[in-house]
Design a protein around this ligand. Sequence first.
Ligand SMILES: *Cc1c(COP(=O)(O)O)cnc(C)c1O
Length: 430
Amino acid sequence: MTLAELLPSVGACGEPPLEEDLWPAGTGFAAGGDLLFAGVAMTQLAARFGTPCQLLDENEVRRRARAFQAALPEAEIAFAGKALPCRAVFRWLSAEGLSVDVCSAGELACALSAGVPAERILFHGNVKTAEDLKAAVSAGVGRIVLDSFDEIEQLGALAIAQPVLIRVIPDVDAHTHPAITTGTAGQKFGFPLGSVPRAVERVLAHPGLRLAGLHCHIGSQVRSVAAYEEAARRMSRLLRALPVRVEQLDLGGGFAAPYLPGERPFDLAGFVQRIRAAVNYECARPPKLTLEPGRSIVANAGVTLYRVITVKPGFVAVDGGMSDNPRPALYGARYTARLVGRHTRAKRRTMTVVGRHCEAGDILAADVQLPEDIHAGDLLAVPVTGAYHHALASNYNLVGRPPLIGVRDGEARTLVRRETEEDLLRRDVG
Ligand SMILES: *Cc1c(COP(=O)(O)O)cnc(C)c1O
């Protein structure tokens, strides 16, 4: 037995410990400064699949889905598919009994082709085109979440007794980044509180629609349990005041994931206790609750591997960048990074990991501690890349998007293959 096996959270040769709560539970130290990802050495994964490469720990994804179900067994848990839209993930989570949220005909096609039952699909979005609505209706999706008065008419004209939820802006500030705040007045999603009675009236009057409940989603990367409690209270009051009884209250997703050392996971137990109390207090006959976690199920199940290409004073440049992770450029997201695959006793220095793209904002991890002898050819692992990475990737600079590799119990397989130059040129038909 090696020292690393005896002390799984401590590196064998003075490497810093694995930052608590950031890495999948199946991550551990291996010989030669390597890390095991769900039982496979990261250096082997990089050699077999190339870099950059997005790894996903299947057991971790399933474990997190089960944690939501165990915390609130009476609720429906719907995975927000936009966080990681891929067939394998939809299949795993559907097998775990989760529903799936989609917000385009493309995401719907992905969920259907993964075998997610249509009745367990919720269709969201502030813009649903005629094609989106037709695809949703013809698939027979379980619920469509109405976002505007126009949409009530647009969907009503196509559907027959389609179950719908009305998306409400509860006007609760989730204290997160403005780009991912969605629960306050003055943003583009849903019906303001004051217009809800009129929306309900219109839906009830429409033969094409059947009102199944109310929905809200206050934002993403939300840490505040109090913000959810306030939203639950407001939504419950609204539900109680409806002229008809509806069975469902969907409180959305947005539960924060820890990205940096020292950040704590979302307080799921505290959240459940407080929203349950709020809903039970306000409603004599409590509705069926739905939660829509996306990030909190997949973010910490993912790690991206990059190869160091060049080093300059203060900068480590790798073979990926804002094309596989635009989140730092979009909303100042912060990440950590660590050297994998060799031992070093070199001092740690503050450095910034940058990408290969032609923008100064192409940063992957600002001000991280890396050994000062880091050099071209080294392998870097960046944790917490399971949510909104594959989903937000682009072809900027005509760089092919990285593969998504699923790993479970020592076995790795490609879930989404690397994009090739042929893929990139196929659409360019001029
Ligand atoms: C994005 C979104 C979610 C999931 O948000 P996360 O931050 O990934 O948990 C849930 N519901 C709706 C309506 C969304 O738009």
